[in-house]
Design a protein around this ligand. Structure first.
Ligand code: ADP
Length: 552
C-alpha cells in the first residue's frame, strides 16, 4: 500500500475492484479495463444472444433472456407464442436487476404480467430469464458451482481454469416452482450471502458436507453414482471458452481505449468467477460471470448475540489460495526474466546463482473492499508468502549448482498447478466461433481517435467506402440512415451516456444487416463470415496500394 503515492513502478498491481489507475506504464495489472461493464447481466445477455444468433447449437448453455424494460413487449409476445404452440409448457422466469449481486432484487414469476413495473424497472434495468426448473440436486438441495477462471491474456487469447471450485447449497429442500413456493429464496437461490441467514446453514470444515463444499467432492459423488464426470468437465471447459469468446470483442474495444497500442502501458490478467448450474441431465448452464469474485477465506461467526468473530473457512481456503498462488506463479514476472536471462547469459550463470530481484506487488483497495480490507490484507500477506516460496528458493545461498535447465527450479517445492490451460490448448475446436472478434477488429480500425470506444458517422462512412460496400442498391445516403437508426436506438438503451457515436454492439448489428443484404441465401454465420472476408481482403488490397504509392 502506498498511502502517500507510489514512487517506484511495480511488477504486479493487485487492484480490489476494477482497472482504475491510469498512471501505470509497465508491469501487470490484475484487472482488464471494462471487464466489470462487459460482464454485467445485460451486457453479458446481449453478447450471448449475438453468439446464439450466429451459432444457435453451440450457445445453448445460457438461459433464454430478455432485457427490461426495452424488450418487455418482445418478451410478452414470445412467451405467448411459445405457450400457444405448446399449451402444456408451464414456464417460470427469474427477474434479475442489472448490476445486482448476491441475489439482490431477484424474484421469480410465472407470467410476464407479474413483472413489477414500478419505477425501479425504468431506473434499474433488469434481465428476465427462463428459470431452470430441473436442476441437479444433491441431498435434495439445489446448488450451483463457482469456478475460477484466469484470463491470462486477451491477445493472444490465453485461458486457464481452476481444477477445483466451490459448490454453494440452498438451505431448503428443492421443489419445482409453484405459485406457493416462488418466493422461497432459500429453496431457489443458491447465493451464499442469502443462505447464510437461514437457520439451516451448515458451516463445515469438511470439503464434502455442509452448505459450501468443494466442486471436486460433488464430482466424486457423481462419479460413484456412475456419472460421466469426464464429459461433464469437457462440457464445462467448452462453456467457459465459448463465454470468453463472446466477451473478448467488447474487452478489446475497452483495452485499446485505455491502453492504446504503441504507448507504454501495463499488460492485464484477471481472475473471473463463473457461476454454473448443473441440470438434472448434468448439462452445465451459465448463470453469470463475476469480474470481482470474493476471495474471502474466512466467514463471520456469531459467538454471542451481536458479537462476531472471523473464523477460517477451510473449504474457501483450499480453493481460493490455490487459485491466487497459481495466478501469481503464471504471471510471475521473474519467470520471464529468468527465461530471458537463461537465454542471454547461460552458461555464464552456471553457478546457479541467478540474482533474482524481489517481486514488487501493489495491493490496492476500492471503496467496495474497505469492509473486507482486513481479510484481504491477510490474504495478500499470505500471497506474498507463497510468492516468496515460489520465487526465492533458487536464489538462496547453497542453491543448486546445476545449470538452470537441469536444476529442480524454484517451483519444485510448490504443489502442482491447480490452473489448467484450456486456450490455446483447445483453440482448434473453437476458433471458428471467433467471428465477432474479427468484426471488432474492423470496428477498432475505423475508430480513428485514440481513447474512444464509439464510432462517429465519418468513421462509419470511411469503413463503407474503404471496404467498397456501397453501390447503386445501397447509396451513401442509405449508409447514413443505417448509421443514424441503429446508433440512436443503441444510445437510447445505453447505461452510460458519456460518449456519443456508434458502440461496438450497434456496429455488429449494422454489420449483420449488411451481411444479410449481401449474401441473402446463406445462414447468418456464413453471411457474416463472407462479409468479414470481403472487408479484410479489400482493406488488405487498399493497404498494399497505399504502400506502393508511399514508395512511389
Ligand atoms: P446474483 O449476481 O445476484 O447472484 P445470479 O444470476 O447469480 O445473480 O442469480 C442468483 C441465484 O439465482 C443463482 O445463484 C441461482 O441459484 C439462481 N438463478 C439465477 N438464474 C437462474 C436461472 N436461470 N435458473 C435457475 N436458477 C437461477
Amino acid at each position: 500500500q502506498f498511502p502517500f503515492g507510489r514512487r517506484l513502478p511495480c511488477d504486479i498491481y493487485w487492484h480490489g475492484v476494477s482497472f482504475h489507475d491510469n498512471n501505470i506504464f509497465s508491469g501487470q495489472v490484475n484487472k482488464f479495463p471494462g471487464m466489470t461493464e462487459t460482464v454485467r447481466k445485460i451486457t453479458l445477455s446481449r453478447a450471448m444472444r449475438t453468439m446464439r444468433d450466429l451459432f444457435p447449437l453451440e450457445y445453448n448453455f445460457y438461459p433464454r433472456s430478455w432485457i427490461l424494460p426495452e424488450e418487455l413487449p418482445l418478451f410478452v409476445a414470445e412467451v405467448r407464442m411459445m405457450k400457444d404452440s405448446n399449451p402444456s409448457w408451464k414456464p417460470t422466469f427469474i427477474v434479475k436487476p442489472d448490476g445486482g449481486c448476491q441475489g439482490d432484487g431477484i424474484y421469480l414469476i410465472k407470467d410476464p404480467s407479474d413483472i413489477r413495473l414500478t419505477g425501479s424497472i425504468q431506473s434499474r434495468p433488469a434481465v428476465v430469464q427462463e428459470y431452470i426448473c430441473k436442476p441437479l440436486l444433491v441431498d435434495k438441495l439445489k446448488f450451483d458451482i463457482r469456478l475460477y477462471v484466469l484470463l491470462k491474456s486477451l491477445e493472444p487469447l490465453e485461458i486457464y481454469i481452476a481444477k477445483d471450485g466451490l459448490s454453494r447449497f440452498c438451505t431448503e429442500p428443492y421443489q419445482e416452482p409453484t405459485l406457493k413456493n416462488l418466493h422461497q429464496v432459500f429453496m431457489h437461490l443458491t447465493n451464499y450471502s442469502l443462505n447464510i441467514h437461514s437457520g439451516n446453514f451448515i458451516h463445515s470444515d469438511s470439503a464434502n458436507t455442509g452448505s459450501k463444499r468443494t466442486f471436486s467432492s460433488i464430482l466424486c459423488r457423481l462419479s460413484s453414482r456412475g456419472a460421466d464426470v469426464k464429459k461433464l468437465w469437457s462440457d464445462i471447459i467448452s462453456l467457459v471458452i465459448k463465454t470468453i469468446i463472446a466477451l473478448t470483442p467488447e474487452l478489446k474495444v475497452y483495452y485499446q481505449s485505455d491502453i492504446p497500442a504503441g504507448k507504454p502501458g501495463p499488460t492485464c490478467f484477471q481472475i473471473l468467477g463463473f457461476d454454473i448450474l448443473l441440470m438434472k441431465d448434468l448439462k452445465p448452464m451459465l448463470l453469470e460471470v463475476n469480474a470481482n469474485p470474493s476471495m474471502r477465506i474466512e466467514h463471520e461467526q456469531e459467538l454471542s448475540p451481536g458479537v462476531f468473530e472471523n473464523v477460517p473457512s477451510p473449504v474457501d481456503e483450499k480453493v481460493k489460495v490455490a487459485v491466487i498462488r497459481d495466478t501469481l506463479r503464471l504471471m510471475d514476472p521473474q519467470k520471464k526474466k529468468r527465461k530471458d536471462t537463461q537465454c542471454l547469459l547461460y552458461p555464464g550463470v552456471a553457478d546457479g546463482k541467478l540474482q533474482l530481484e524481489p517481486v514488487r506487488i501493489q495491493v490496492k483497495y476500492g471503496m467496495k473492499d474497505k469492509q473486507h480490507k482486513h481479510h484481504s490484507l491477510k490474504l495478500s500477506l499470505k500471497l506474498k508468502f507463497y510468492l516468496k516460496l515460489g520465487l526465492c528458493q533458487s536464489s538462496e545461498p547453497g542453491a543448486s549448482s546445476e545449470p538452470p535447465d537441469a536444476a529442480p527450479g524454484p517451483e519444485a517445492a510448490l504443489p502442482s498447478l491447480c490452473l489448467k490451460q484450456v486456450f490455446p490448448k483447445y483453440a482448434r475446436h473453437f476458433s471458428y466461433l471467433r467471428l465477432v472478434d474479427r468484426v471488432a477488429a474492423l470496428f477498432i480500425r475505423f475508430l480513428g481517435v485514440k481513447g474512444t470506444t464509439k464510432l462517429g458517422p465519418t468513421g462509419f462512412r470511411t469503413f463503407i467506402r474503404n471496404c467498397k460496400l456501397s453501390n447503386s442498391n445501397f447509396s451513401m445516403a442509405a449508409v447514413d440512415i443505417l448509421y443514424i437508426d441503429i446508433t440512436r436506438r443503441w444510445n437510447s438503451m445505453a447505461i452510460d451516456h458519456k460518449e456519443t457515436g456508434m458502440c461496438l454492439q450497434a456496429f455488429v448489428e449494422a454489420f449483420f444487416c449488411l451481411a444479410q443484404k449481401k449474401y441473402k441465401a446463406l445462414p447468418l454465420h456464413k453471411q457474416v463470415l463472407s462479409l468479414i472476408e470481403l472487408c479484410e481482403c479489400r482493406l488488405a488490397a487498399l493497404h498494399g496500394k497505399r504502400l506502393v504509392w508511399g514508395c512511389g
